[in-house]
Design a binder for this molecule. Structure first.
Ligand code: 6GU
Length: 251
């Protein structure tokens, strides 16, 4: 899957892109992330990419021309069209069904802006899908773009070592319960013991315990997930919208 990221701060992505999971996916050619700097597209002699807002007010607004020109050049050089996404607090909130839809695209182009935003003509001309990552304000779209990339690439077959693990995660459309608690060695630490059932070797009992833990946690912490209607079920085997942890467990 190919991502083109248009940003004023390409350097913000380099640390993230060089880290383990993503770096392996890039080396394996499962993921290709290309960074593009709006600043290289400005046609103004001072290389300005932002300017004061018409009508006055604080902050600076990203100019329309560098963004549109940068986008059009990226599209001309690409083999196939991609979905264009603008990261903005005004967008639809990113959730797992949206992540799953995006993961089925062959290419995504991500426009990152600063908080004060783009000249409105960017959205009028390019008609992007506008996406927010939650109800709080970031200084710019770069961190949001990394969140989106991170959530999408882990659904690409082969990116995670174990494909089951992304399907069973909380919030996927197959599994809408929170995760059950996990333990590893040692069996006892500072008086805190691993629940006996996990050491029993009784796999049906372990599956029942985990399901009950997931159900209780979801009820206590995120009861809203239990009442939410199931979305996007056409490509999953589950039709009732609930997690069935034991169905994939060895028993
Ligand atoms: Cl996409 N951008 C900014 N600046 N703030 C946000 C956001 C995006 N999503 C949540 N807060």
């Amino acid at each position: 899957m190919r991502f083109d990221v248009l940003t004023l701060f390409p350097g913000m992505f380099r640390g993230y892109l060089g880290e383990s999971l993503l770096q392996k996916a890039i080396e394996a050619k499962l993921v290709d992330v290309r960074l593009h700097d709006y600043r290289q597209w400005t046609d103004d002699k001072h290389h300005r990419v932002d300017d004061r807002p018409f009508g006055g007010g604080p902050g600076m607004v990203i100019k329309v021309q560098p963004v549109v020109d940068c986008f059009e050049q990226v599209e001309r050089e690409a083999d196939e069209p991609g979905e264009l996404i603008l990261l903005t607090p005004q967008g639809r909130t990113l959730d797992q069904p949206l992540v799953e839809r995006l993961a089925r695209q062959p290419r995504l182009t991500l426009l990152c802006g600063r908080y004060e935003g783009f000249d409105e003509r960017v959205t009028e001309i390019l008609r992007p899908t506008e996406i927010s990552i939650g109800d709080y304000i970031l200084n710019g779209g770069e961190v949001a773009a990394m969140v989106l990339i991170d959530a999408v690439i882990r659904l690409i077959p082969g990116v995670l070592g174990d494909e089951q693990s992304s399907r069973d995660d909380s919030f996927s459309t197959e599994s809408r319960w929170l995760e059950f608690p996990q333990y590893t060695r040692p069996r006892e630490y500072r008086g805190h013991e691993v629940p006996d059932v996990l050491l029993s070797g009784d796999h049906p009992a372990i599956a029942r315990w985990r399901e009950e833990q997931s159900r209780q946690r979801t009820q206590q912490r995120r009861a809203d997930l239990l009442s939410r209607p199931a979305e996007n079920q056409q490509d999953g085997p589950s039709t009732d919208g609930l997690h069935h942890p034991q169905k994939n467990n060895p028993s």
